[in-house]
Design a protein around this ligand. Structure first.
Ligand code: ATP
Length: 507
């Protein structure tokens, strides 16, 4: 069960803002939408691109030891046999035979209702930050309904993967409230299947990739053979991944089509993998801070040894405090050389490389930081959203909604306003400045409505700066008013100073 939620902003508020301002829409909404798929509107597409670009610049372009690639979404189906996804990329699924609802067994909780030491029934609830309370309330209500006297014991929640066979028929379905309709958990493979070519038989089955990582392993030798890399080095990629999640939820946090940014960092088999692993955890955390996520919302979770795959040496997740609880944002795994060895076995192509430093042929080990763009997108919105009481133009109090996005990722960097739209000299000057700025940055020109309203519109989409061209700009020294989003402070600056500010803050 997730930890208690962050109180700052509700998901309803965020979803409404995303729709109202064109960040995110449900996919194919005119047909009623399709669960687990989303579209990114004009501002969302910009924000997402900025997150990707920042990662690519910092992870690939600004480093000498990492190269970037782009591999195909549909790969040879043997890739997924070698990686273990065909056999093991499953989630436990429970069906409700009456409502036809499907649940992930590890997200469906139940508890015995115990009165005076006797089990008098079962209750169930879906995973949320209130699961335990909901089960307790349901237990109290069951006791009342059955008019049982005696002392109710505190409930002990378990998930459906822990249910004994004889308990399954006694646990009520969350959809109907009645027992008897839930099936025992069974494995459900989350890969989307398709067929390649005109024949749709078993020989043409292929999969939409459930992760981008296998592209880096499958192309490992091809990258090494192009000769630009020597250990330790990384191969990075950004791209779409697809998982047929049983219960997509929490908006874009868990969807069926999403985007990953993954990097495989190859190291010598004798290298200090723990130090390297720690180094990448720190790098990832610092990077999140560099795009504006507050440290106060970030924590680490070390997967317990007994729950790791047999080949895994250690996995640490960087967790983020979302409104629905503390959840995984970025996984950093030390995977030994399992993946390359698997591909060597299944393809018959040796994956060992000659390491100059040790004069040995080795199959390198790997550290893998893997993150979802959509989860970062949601995190920056959650952390950046604020509602504040501010003074309006007449001295009264009004509410402003502000998205405190880092200038690095804000969809619009600067909004340019002429003070009045019916003064051609102001409009021309503002449009000229807008034209020069947009050669380098995403900027927005707005001449409609009172200046205060124009500021509010930009605050709500996270624009860090607004500039207003007024009569002093034309009649005096060419300076204009720069208004800063978070402090709302204003000062006069010139064009060279504005470009210098952008150069420093937008990188
Ligand atoms: P979870 O346990 O939340 O399902 P995972 O451990 O299966 O995630 P990985 O396979 O490690 O996730 O994938 C790497 C990253 O990809 C995750 O840390 C997350 O940021 C992102 N990701 C995974 N599944 C989804 C999804 N369904 N929707 C959006 N992002 C996802």
């Amino acid at each position: 069960m997730p930890d208690p939620a962050s109180p700052e902003v509700s998901m309803e508020t965020l979803v409404a803002l995303c729709k109202r301002r064109g960040f995110i829409f449900p996919s194919s909404e005119i047909y009623g939408g399709i669960n687990g798929f989303f579209d990114f509107g004009p501002l969302g597409a910009e924000l997402k691109k900025n997150i990707r670009d920042c990662w690519w610049d910092d992870m690939v372009r600004r480093r000498d030891d990492i190269v970037g690639i782009e591999t195909s979404i549909i790969m040879h189906p043997k890739v997924w046999e070698a990686s273990g996804h065909v056999a093991g990329f499953t989630d436990p699924l429970v069906d409700c035979k009456v409502s036809k609802q499907r649940y992930r067994a590890d997200q469906l909780f139940f508890a015995q209702v115990v009165v005076d030491g006797q089990v008098v029934g079962y209750v169930s609830a879906l995973e949320s930050e209130r699961t335990a309370e909901e089960l307790q309330e349901a237990a109290e209500s069951l006791k009342r309904k059955k008019a049982i006297q005696g002392k109710l014991a505190p409930v002990e929640p378990r998930d459906m993967t822990e249910a004994k066979p004889e308990e399954i028929a006694l646990i009520p379905s969350p959809a109907t409230g009645e027992p008897g309709s839930l099936t025992p958990p069974r494995s459900f493979n989350m890969m989307f299947q398709t067929n390649v070519g005109a024949m749709s038989d078993a020989s043409s089955v292929a999969y939409l990739r459930p992760e981008t990582a296998q592209g880096m392993f499958a192309d490992f030798k091809a990258v090494v053979d192009t000769g630009r890399v020597k250990l330790p080095f990384g191969i990075a990629q950004i791209g779409r991944s697809f998982r047929n999640e049983i219960t997509p939820r929490n908006f874009i946090f868990r969807s069926r089509e999403f985007e990953q940014m993954e990097m495989e960092y190859f190291i010598h088999e004798d290298a200090d993998w723990e130090k390297c692993h720690r180094g990448w955890i720190d790098w990832c955390r610092d990077w999140l801070v560099s795009i504006g996520l507050p440290l106060s919302h970030i924590s680490e979770y070390n997967h317990p040894r007994e729950k790791l795959a047999f080949y895994s040496r250690g996995t640490t997740d960087i967790m983020f405090r979302y409104p629905f609880g503390v959840q995984e944002l970025w996984g950093i795994a030390a995977r030994g050389n399992y993946d390359l060895m698997q591909h060597e076995k299944h393809s018959g192509v040796p994956q060992a490389i000659f390491d100059e430093a040790s004069r040995k042929k080795i199959v390198p080990h790997v550290i893998e930081p893997a993150v979802g763009v959509d989860r970062i997108f949601l995190a920056v919105l959650c952390a950046g959203y604020a509602e504040e009481d501010v003074k309006d133009e007449k001295g009264g109090v009004e509410k402003r909604t502000v998205l405190r996005l880092s200038p690095r990722i804000a969809p619009v960097k600067v909004a340019v306003f002429p003070l009045l739209k019916n003064k051609p000299e102001l409009v021309v000057r503002a449009q000229e400045l807008h034209g020069r700025l947009k050669k380098r940055y995403a900027v927005f020109y707005d001449e409609s409505g009172a200046i205060g309203r124009r500021y509010r519109r930009q605050d709500e989409i996270g624009t860090p700066w607004c500039v207003t061209i007024d009569f002093d700009t034309i009649e005096k020294d060419g300076t204009f008013t720069l208004r800063e989003r978070d402090s709302m402070q204003q000062k006069r600056i010139g064009e060279a100073e504005l470009f210098a500010l952008l150069e420093e803050k937008v990188f």
